[in-house]
Design a protein. Structure first.
Length: 277
C-alpha cells in the first residue's frame, strides 16, 4: 500500500519534526510512505532545519518551498499536484494534515490497511485536542441547518462578537462532551470531518474528486463535504484511527483579527459556492 502524507509548515519546524517522529514510530509492514511538506515562506534558517529532516529518516521526504504564504489547504493541494506530476499516479491513500498532529497509536497504518478504499474513500480519524482533551471529530454529523447558518452569519458580523461566541462555544462543547455518550461513536457516515487530518483514497480522485483551494483559512471541511456529495463518495468518521492535535500551532503566530478576516472571506466563498446556491 502506498501513502502520501501531506503537511504544511509555517515558521518553526519543530511541530513538523514531531509529526515525522511519530510517523516513524508507526508500524509500516509493507507500506510505502512519502511525506510531502509545503514550506510556507520560512526564513532560511527554518528551511534548512526542515531540509535536515531528510537525513536519517526512513520516510522519504519531499520538500516544496513557497516564497509566499499559501496557507494550509491551498499549499497542501499544490504539493499533491506537484507530487502527482513527479510520480505519475495517485497512491492508495493521501493524508492531508496539520503539522501539529501526532499519531497516538503506532497501529494507525496497520488499521488503515484493513479499510476498503472504495467503500470508505474519505476518512476522518479520531482527533483529540492535546490541551482540551476534547474530540474534534465528527466535525458535522449533518449538513448545515438554518439555525447553524444563522449562527455563522452572526459570528462573522464583527471580530469582537466572534470572540464572545467562541468563549460560549468552548463552554458548551465541554458540557456536551461531559454529558454526551454519543462521542463514543463507531465508524459512521457523517457530513463533514475535521480538516486537521483527512484521508482520501485514490478512489475519491478517480471518481472526479478534487480539493477546492480557492480560500485561505478554515474552509476545507465544508468544501470536502460538498465535493464528496457531488462525486457520490461517502465521508466516514473512524475512531480506530487516532491522532493528537496541538491546535492552532501555526495560526497562533498570526494576528487574531487577520485570522478573523481571512476566515470570514473563506466562509463567504464556501457559503456562496456550495451552501446557499
Amino acid at each position: 500500500m502506498h501513502i502520501w502524507l501531506i503537511t504544511v509548515n509555517y515558521g518553526d519546524p519543530a511541530p513538523t519534526a514531531s509529526l515525522l517522529e511519530s510517523l516513524q514510530a508507526c508500524q509500516k509492514n509493507t507500506l510505502t510512505i512519502k511525506m510531502g511538506i509545503a514550506d510556507n515562506a520560512s526564513q532560511s534558517t527554518n528551511y534548512n532545519k526542515l531540509n535536515k529532516l531528510k537525513t536519517g529518516s526512513d520516510i522519504e521526504i519531499e520538500l516544496f518551498p513557497f516564497a509566499i504564504n499559501q496557507f494550509y489547504w491551498p499549499a497542501a493541494n499544490q504539493v499533491i499536484n506537484k507530487m502527482l506530476t513527479i510520480h505519475g499516479s495517485y497512491p492508495d491513500w493521501i493524508m492531508v494534515c496539520n503539522n501539529d498532529i501526532t499519531f497516538q497509536d503506532s497501529n494507525f497504518f496497520k488499521n488503515l490497511e484493513k479499510i476498503d478504499l472504495r467503500k470508505y474513500p474519505i476518512l476522518g480519524p479520531e482527533i483529540i485536542g492535546e490541551k482540551t482533551r476534547l474530540p474534534l471529530n465528527p466535525f458535522m454529523l449533518e449538513p448545515m441547518s438554518s439555525i447553524k447558518k444563522f449562527y455563522w452569519k452572526i459570528f462573522y458580523v464583527s471580530f469582537s462578537f466572534s470572540r464572545l461566541l467562541l468563549v460560549i462555544k468552548k463552554i458548551r462543547d465541554r458540557l456536551l462532551y461531559n454529558n454526551n455518550q454519543s462521542k463514543n461513536l463507531g465508524p459512521v457516515p457523517v457530513y463533514a470531518v475535521h480538516g486537521a487530518g483527512i484521508l482520501f483514497s485514490k478512489y475519491f480522485f478517480e471518481q472526479g474528486g478534487w480539493l477546492d483551494d480557492n480560500f485561505s483559512l478554515y474552509g476545507e471541511e465544508l468544501t470536502v463535504a460538498e465535493i464528496a456529495k457531488q462525486v457520490d463518495c461517502p465521508v466516514t468518521f473512524n475512531p480506530e484511527l487516532k491522532l493528537i492535535h496541538q491546535e492552532h500551532t501555526s495560526t497562533q503566530k498570526m494576528d487574531k483579527r487577520s485570522i478573523f478576516n481571512k476566515a470570514r472571506e473563506s466562509h463567504r466563498y464556501v457559503m456562496s459556492k456550495y451552501i446557499d446556491k
